[in-house]
Design a protein around this ligand. Structure first.
Ligand code: ADP
Length: 477
């Protein structure tokens, strides 16, 4: 099958979170299963991209109202990623140092609508003009959500209407909605298709994708059920489209996330897990002001409401005041007021709490390797990859029971237990989980046994890729 993936991120070219991980891994495993896979993302000006060589493939003009925007499609020369990698270069729109936001100021780019409208159309125009048709287009998140609509309802792309589309929701919090006053930016579309674009009085790319795609998937079965109950106003729509929907739990790229070979960690795993953990923890103790003689509990992630990072200051403070004996590290970037709160904690709880308020891929690997516990107090978690990376590096996850976390983490009080779970989103419940973690850490043999078992858990992409292939073959050949 010839499969085309369209997304805003793809690791290692561009990653802001789990979307990048998935789009950088799933295609690789689809290729291994014998398929021809191409990924297209925008050509941002990011460090990885500057170090590669690209070949020009096609140039054209995308109409944005009265303006014609020049676009260029380029392909990575050496296929080092395990799949064909293409970028859409749009000077003036994507040639910036950030993916969604300016890295200096932290502010999101205000022309998101224009950027992704041009991106999506550049690809459809290329397919139409060159006749280079895939057997299926797999779109990820709202940035590519108008493609299923354009394929079906825009006269310009009529020759592509037979191509089946799959749409995956990685994050249903963001809809990419924009005002009808910007409708002039859209390509011509059938007059009776207005209703497909609209949701609650706005043009809503996420809602439109849910309506128009041939098959819909979410990144975990639990998240699909949650979206039926709570999806920022799309509940009714999700229920309506349930017959074409399925939840497929993400895998992890076991070639990138491999404690035996990971070039981003200092001490690689050999035979002795305890030694692997201890040596990497010592590296962290040099980097952070923490106590190396007690359990280390780490948070890695975007500092936003979904991830529940705002629960950490209160819960950590409570735990330490109750006499809890553990050190904490936070690696993340996002909400400025949360960043301030963590900076303040660093000064209040010297040697108990430290933080690095940045996006740092290398440091994240070192933290998975050297921490004892990884905390994820998420309000919402579509799948969550951090807990799966934690398993792989012998780090025990502490998670709130929601979405993909509830699908992948079982509490240690059960026979298949692999982590610590709590239900209620409050500081008391999280602090109690920290106390449970410390007790587990000191329980003779229990921690070693759990680490060993967790490191053998199979969350590889092979299984998940097969689930996607089953989905594809239900609509394409
Ligand atoms: P989401 O996509 O909602 O942010 P996921 O759990 O699916 O959450 O994926 C998060 C990915 O982003 C993981 O690979 C995690 O290690 C990475 N990540 C998040 N924040 C940072 C950061 N500040 N530095 C490095 N990696 C990060």
């Amino acid at each position: 099958m010839k499969i085309l993936h369209l997304a805003a991120e793809c690791y290692p070219a561009a990653k802001a979170g789990g979307l990048g991980d998935v789009v950088g891994a799933l295609p690789k495993y689809l290729v291994k299963a014998g398929h021809q896979v191409r990924v297209m993302i925008p050509a941002y000006r990011l460090p990885w991209m500057a170090q590669q060589e690209f070949e020009h493939r096609w140039s054209g003009l995308v109409r944005l109202g009265a303006v014609k925007v020049p676009v260029h499609l380029v392909q990575l020369k050496e296929s080092t990623l395990g799949f064909d990698f293409w970028m859409v270069d749009v000077p003036g729109l994507f040639d910036r140092p950030g993916i969604y936001a300016d890295p200096q100021s932290g502010y999101g780019y205000a022309d998101e609508t224009e950027r992704y409208l041009v991106f999506q159309q550049a690809i459809l125009q290329y397919l139409r003009e060159t006749g280079d048709h895939p057997d299926l287009i797999h779109c990820h998140d709202h940035h590519t959500g108008l493609v299923p609509f354009m394929l079906k309802h825009c006269p310009e792309y009529r020759s592509l209407q037979h191509i089946p589309s799959v749409f995956t929701i990685h994050n249903g919090q963001y809809h990419g909605a924009f005002s009808w006053s910007k409708a002039w930016m859209l390509p011509w579309y059938d007059a009776d298709a207005n209703g497909l674009l609209d949701w609650a009085g706005l043009i809503n790319p996420l809602a439109c994708a849910i309506k128009c795609c041939w098959k819909l998937s979410t990144v975990s079965p639990g998240y699909l059920l949650e979206l039926l109950q709570s999806s920022n106003g799309l509940e009714w729509l999700m229920r309506n489209e349930l017959p074409k929907s399925s939840g497929i739990l993400n895998g992890i790229d076991t070639e990138v996330w491999n404690p035996f070979t990971d070039p981003l960690i200092t001490a690689r795993m050999e035979e002795d897990i305890a030694r692997f953990k201890q040596e990497n923890k010592m590296v962290l103790a040099q980097r952070f002001n923490i106590r190396d003689n007690m359990p280390l509990i780490t948070f890695i992630g975007r500092l936003v409401a979904e991830k529940g990072a705002d629960l950490l200051p209160g819960a950590i403070e409570r735990f330490l005041h109750e006499g809890g004996q553990a050190s904490f590290v936070v690696l993340g970037t996002g909400d400025p007021s949360l960043k301030d709160a963590f900076m303040q904690m660093k000064h209040h709880f010297v040697s108990w709490f430290d933080t690095s308020l940045e996006y740092n891929e290398t440091l994240s690997h070192q933290l998975y390797a050297g921490s004892d516990f990884l905390v994820m107090p998420s309000r919402v978690e579509p799948c969550g990859l951090n807990q799966l990376y934690a398993f792989r590096y012998g780090t025990v996850p502490i998670v709130r029971s929601t979405g993909g976390l509830a699908d992948s983490v079982k509490d240690i009080s059960t026979p298949e237990g692999n982590g610590i779970r709590f239900d209620h989103f409050n500081t008391e419940a999280l602090s109690a989980s920290f106390h449970r973690a410390v007790a587990l850490y000191h329980h003779p043999g229990a921690m070693d046994q759990l680490r060993e078992r967790n490191m053998q858990l199979d969350h590889s992409w092979e299984n998940a890729a097969q689930n996607y292939l089953n989905l594809y073959s239900s609509i394409a050949h």
